[in-house]
Design a binder for this molecule. Structure first.
Ligand SMILES: [Zn+2]
Length: 412
C-alpha cells in the first residue's frame, strides 16, 4: 500500500513536471501565420490614398490643399510622436532609399501604384506609378467665407481654399466669380473636372470634415441660386455644388473620395464627420452612378461605416488609422469589414510629409508595415477560427492590397 501510494505520487509528480516543462518551452503561436505573412509581404499593392511629394526644388506645396502645418499646435497621439519606436525604425529603414526617385520609394514599400492626392501632378510624381486624385472642396465655397471661419484652424483653411478656387478660375480663363450659378457650374466647375479627367484623375477628393460637417442636404436649385446671389442659406449652395460635383464625377467615371475619420487638430468636428451623415445622399438614386470611397475607415464610427458598406457604391480604405493605432487595433476593424463586405475594403497608406524627420517616405513605411501586419492578424484570426480556408485568406489579402482597387478604378 505504501509502495503503491509512493508510486502514484511519483507518477503525478512526473506528469505535472511534463505539463510544467512543456508550458515553459512551447512558443506561443505567432500573431500572423508565417506563410500568410510572407505572401502578404510579396503582394505589390495599389495604394488608394497618399500625398507623395516631388523631390528637389522649388519646394513642392501641391501635396495637400490644406497642409496640416497651418494648424494651431495640438497634442499628437503617442504612436505618431517623433520619438516613438516606429518612427525611429522608419527613419532607419528608409535612410538607404534613393529619395530623389519617388518610384524607388514605392519599390521599397512594395507598392506598385500610388493614388496621389495632390492639387496638381508634378513629374517624377507622375504616371504610370502615381495616379492623380485632385481636390474639389474649393468649389463649395465661392462666397465670402468669414462666417465659416469658426475656429483658428478654419481661419487658416478657408483662405487656402479661396486661393485654390482662384487658381481654378485662372485655369478656366475666368477673372473672378461668374454672375450666375449656371455660369459658375458650366464655365468653372464642370470644365475643371473634365480637365482633371483628361489629366488622368481616377477620383476627386473632399476634405470637407476639416471645413464643415459632412451632412449634405438636397436643396432646390432656386435656394442654391439665391445663396449664390448673396442672400440665402450658404449651406444650401454648398450642398447643391457638392451634389453637382459628385454627379459629374460619376458621369466622367471618377470616384469621389471623402475624408472620414476623427482627425488631426484641436478643433476637428468629430461628430460632424460621422459617416451616417452621408446616408441621405448615398440613398439618393441620382448618386448611384458615383462610387464613394470613405477614406481612413471612419474611426471611431466603425460599426456605422461597416453597416454602410451595404450601399452598392460605398467603399472604404484603412489609411491614417495605421499611424494612430497599433496593428492589433487596426486588425480588429479590418476583420469586421472582411467578414462583411470584403470586396469594398482597400489598402492605403496616406503617406504624408508630416515633418522634416517624418517625410512621406517614412510615413509610408509606418503605414505600410502596420497595414500589412494588421491584415495578417485579421486573416490569421479568421483562419484559426475556421471562418475561411488558407486559399481564401490569400485571396482576401490580394483583394485588399490590390484587386479591389484595380476593379474599382478600372486599372490594368
Ligand atoms: Zn490624406
Amino acid at each position: 500500500m505504501t509502495t503503491s501510494w509512493w508510486r502514484e505520487l511519483q507518477l503525478a509528480a512526473t506528469a505535472s513536471a511534463v505539463v510544467f516543462f512543456s508550458s515553459c518551452t512551447s512558443t506561443p503561436e505567432p500573431r500572423v501565420d508565417p506563410q500568410l505573412a510572407s505572401e502578404i509581404e510579396k503582394i505589390k499593392a495599389i495604394d488608394n490614398h497618399a500625398h507623395p511629394v516631388r523631390p528637389g526644388s522649388p519646394p513642392d506645396n501641391d501635396f495637400d490643399a490644406l497642409p496640416v502645418d497651418h494648424m494651431e499646435p495640438y497634442p499628437d497621439p503617442i504612436r505618431t510622436r517623433p520619438d516613438s519606436p516606429i518612427a525611429a525604425e522608419a527613419r532607419q529603414r528608409m535612410s538607404g532609399v534613393d529619395k530623389s526617385n519617388p518610384a524607388a520609394v514605392l519599390d521599397a514599400l512594395g507598392i506598385d501604384v500610388m493614388l496621389a492626392n495632390r492639387v496638381a501632378m508634378s513629374p517624377p510624381v507622375s504616371e504610370p506609378r502615381f495616379r492623380f486624385v485632385p481636390y474639389v472642396d474649393a468649389f463649395m465655397y465661392p462666397l465670402d467665407n468669414t462666417s465659416m471661419m469658426k475656429d483658428p484652424d478654419k481661419k487658416q483653411f478657408f483662405p487656402l481654399e479661396e486661393k485654390l478656387l482662384q487658381r481654378y478660375y485662372a485655369e478656366c480663363g475666368i477673372a473672378s466669380k461668374p454672375a450666375t450659378l449656371d455660369d459658375y457650374l458650366n464655365k468653372v466647375v464642370r470644365p475643371t473636372l473634365e480637365r482633371h479627367k483628361q489629366a488622368g484623375a481616377l477620383a476627386e477628393k473632399f476634405e470637407m470634415a476639416y471645413l464643415r460637417a459632412i451632412d449634405i442636404g438636397n436643396p432646390s436649385k432656386a435656394d442654391a441660386e439665391k445663396a449664390y446671389a448673396g442672400h440665402g442659406d450658404y449651406k444650401a449652395l454648398q450642398d447643391y455644388v457638392f451634389r453637382f460635383l459628385a454627379a459629374e464625377s460619376g458621369r466622367l467615371g471618377m470616384a469621389v473620395h471623402i475624408h472620414c475619420i476623427a482627425s488631426v487638430g484641436g478643433y476637428f468636428d468629430i461628430a460632424g464627420d460621422n459617416p451616417l451623415l452621408l446616408e441621405p445622399l448615398l440613398h439618393d438614386s441620382a448618386m448611384r452612378k458615383t462610387n464613394f470611397v470613405l477614406l481612413h475607415g471612419g474611426s471611431p464610427f466603425i460599426g456605422e461605416i461597416t453597416a454602410m458598406l451595404e450601399n452598392p457604391n460605398v467603399y472604404l480604405d484603412f489609411s491614417q488609422q495605421t499611424f494612430d493605432s497599433y496593428p492589433r487595433a487596426v486588425a480588429a476593424n479590418i476583420r469586421k469589414w472582411l467578414e462583411y463586405e470584403p470586396e469594398k475594403v482597400l489598402y492605403a497608406t496616406d503617406a504624408y510629409p508630416f515633418s522634416k524627420e517624418i517625410g512621406w517616405e517614412e510615413a509610408g513605411y509606418i503605414a505600410n508595415k502596420t497595414a500589412r501586419e494588421a491584415l495578417g492578424i485579421a486573416l490569421t484570426g479568421m483562419l484559426r477560427d475556421e471562418e475561411i480556408s488558407r486559399d481564401r485568406a490569400l485571396e482576401l489579402a490580394r483583394m485588399v492590397l490590390r484587386e479591389n482597387a484595380r476593379k474599382l478604378y478600372g486599372l490594368q
